[in-house]
Design a protein around this ligand. Structure first.
Ligand code: CA
Ligand code: CA
Ligand code: CA
Length: 255
């Protein structure tokens, strides 16, 4: 009987488990320096973004003679392949990358995600490709969940100072970024029920405030996760039938 109950529990758990993580919301082209369009969203998700810097603003055309020079061409969100939704590999347009110029002290991008689907959405990770062209760029990062969110609010992670690689000016191609993936499953509440909102902010800090070409290049920013599987009616009927069958055996055996 004990084994039978365990088997039932396993069946039940498997019916309710999340499917493989997929791309919930991502930005791989930057059409605005203050409110970039979220270029990819999973069906049932609404997502918007804002961006700001402590002085000036982000740039998507920092070098007209080499537009998109800071873009990532590796096709992945951090290290995440998007589970069928690759990041853009376009590297020749200004909107292909997002840049903090002149060693500005700090800058941020905030992603607001609303679950307008029909089931619970489990958030898995936050992803980004980022690199400093020169050392004065804001190369320390922190990920925060802001108040107003329906997931656990607070700091998720803060990197060591200057954790983001500086290329020392040696920019070559479009695959020198740090691929960063920040786990969200450790949050006590990392689930967006239907109608719930997550406001997630990545902050880059510790720029020195000066320096021509001391730039930070950002691209392929995303949140991954998965809708929880809702048991199909036919599966639920099968589960109930299995339960009744086990109960019948229990009564017949007099346990
Ligand atoms: Ca990548
Ligand atoms: Ca891009
Ligand atoms: Ca929640």
């Amino acid at each position: 009987m004990k084994a039978e109950i365990s088997a039932l529990a396993l069946i039940s758990a498997s019916l309710q488990s999340a499917s493989a993580a997929t791309l919930i919301a991502g930005i791989d082209a930057w059409d605005s320096v203050s409110a970039p369009t979220v270029t990819h969203t999973l069906a049932g998700i609404t997502a918007t973004a804002t961006a700001s810097a402590s002085t000036g603003s982000w740039s998507n055309d920092d070098r007209p003679s080499d537009l998109g020079r800071g873009s990532s061409g590796d096709g992945t969100w951090g290290n995440f392949d998007g589970n069928g939704v690759a990041a853009s590999t376009v590297t020749s347009l200004g909107v292909a990358s997002f840049t903090v110029t002149k060693g500005r002290p700090s800058a941020e991008v905030t992603l607001t995600i609303v679950n307008n689907g029909t089931g619970d959405l489990d958030l898995a990770a936050f992803h980004l490709d980022v690199v400093g062209l020169r050392p004065n760029a804001p190369r320390t990062y922190a990920l925060n969940v802001l108040s107003g969110s329906d997931i656990t609010v607070g700091n998720v992670v803060t990197s060591p100072t200057g954790a983001i690689t500086s290329l020392g000016g040696r920019l070559s191609g479009h695959d020198q970024h740090d691929d960063i993936d920040i786990d969200l499953t450790g949050l006590a509440d990392h689930t967006l029920a239907v109608g719930e909102t997550a406001i997630i902010q990545i902050v880059f800090s510790d720029g020195t405030g000066s320096g021509g070409n001391h730039d930070l290049f950002l691209d392929n920013l995303a949140v991954s996760g998965a809708f929880m599987n809702v048991p199909e009616p036919s599966s639920m009927i099968l589960l109930c039938l299995a339960g009744f069958a086990l109960l019948g055996r229990r009564f017949r055996s007099g346990l």
